[in-house]
Design a protein around this ligand. Structure first.
Ligand code: C5P
Length: 219
């Protein structure tokens, strides 16, 4: 069984996916981490990502795999575990859409996503284009969203651990820009699949969203 969970940045997708994975005892894959790991390598090696040839060359020499840890997704980049703090940093978050919009990058990631799902009887896959492009025939599809302000407040709590001076206004601006880049790219844009169930988490906790999803699945 494949369950897809797509949605906007900081809508609660990852928390919900983690909880659902525990309740249903199904492995999960957060695909944003794969795009983030590519970005991390680009930034660490100061690769000019606006030059497609340089980026293609880098990908040719990149080993990326994901593993379900029982508590989320672990990404191995060139055989090294990627630290969550590094993958979640503001610079990685803001640069990732500029790299994830390239068709050859998506193709590279799609192979990893499909390979991971092939090796797992059941899986919950979370991202932006999972129900629309990667697994259009998934058994259950969900799309998670929340108001921009609520999402920014949640993201700010995460960022404040490393950057106590960050303001809500800055976080709103970054999130809005990232969503627009993801929504307006030519291929695999962030969009709700027509057959996905929309869950708005503006006023509800992740636990409540998970309960709604389980009810729907059991029905
Ligand atoms: O989900 P997360 O915030 O970790 O995703 C980071 C970025 O990765 C997104 O803003 C988007 O640009 C890209 N992404 C994507 N397709 C996916 C998952 C993530 O383009 N399936």
């Amino acid at each position: 069984m494949i369950i897809t969970i797509d949605g906007t940045a900081s809508s609660g997708k990852s928390t919900i996916t983690k909880q659902l994975s525990k309740v249903l005892k199904m492995p999960m894959l957060t695909t944003g981490s794969i795009y983030r790991a590519i970005t991390l390598k680009v930034l660490n090696n100061k690769i000019d990502y606006t030059d497609d040839n340089k980026l293609k060359e880098m990908l040719k020499n990149t080993k990326l795999r994901s593993q379900y840890s029982g508590d989320g997704t672990i990404i191995y980049l060139d055989d090294q575990i990627c630290e969550k703090d590094q993958l979640g940093s503001p610079i990685v978050s803001n640069t990732t859409p500029l790299i994830a919009c390239k068709p050859f990058v998506r193709e590279f990631v799609r192979k990893i996503q499909r390979e991971t799902a092939k090796n797992s009887k059941d899986i919950i896959v979370e991202g932006r284009d999972i129900g629309t492009v990667v697994f259009p025939n998934a058994d259950f599809k969900f799309f998670i969203d929340a108001s921009l302000e609520e999402r920014a407040k949640r993201r700010m709590k995460e960022y404040q651990k490393n950057n106590p001076n960050i303001t809500l206004k800055e976080v709103i601006k970054d999130l809005d820009k990232r969503d627009k880049e993801d929504e307006h790219r030519d291929i695999s844009p962030l969009v709700k699949a027509v057959d996905a169930i929309l869950i708005d988490t503006t006023a509800i906790a992740a636990e409540e969203a998970v309960e709604m999803m389980i009810k729907y699945i059991k029905k």
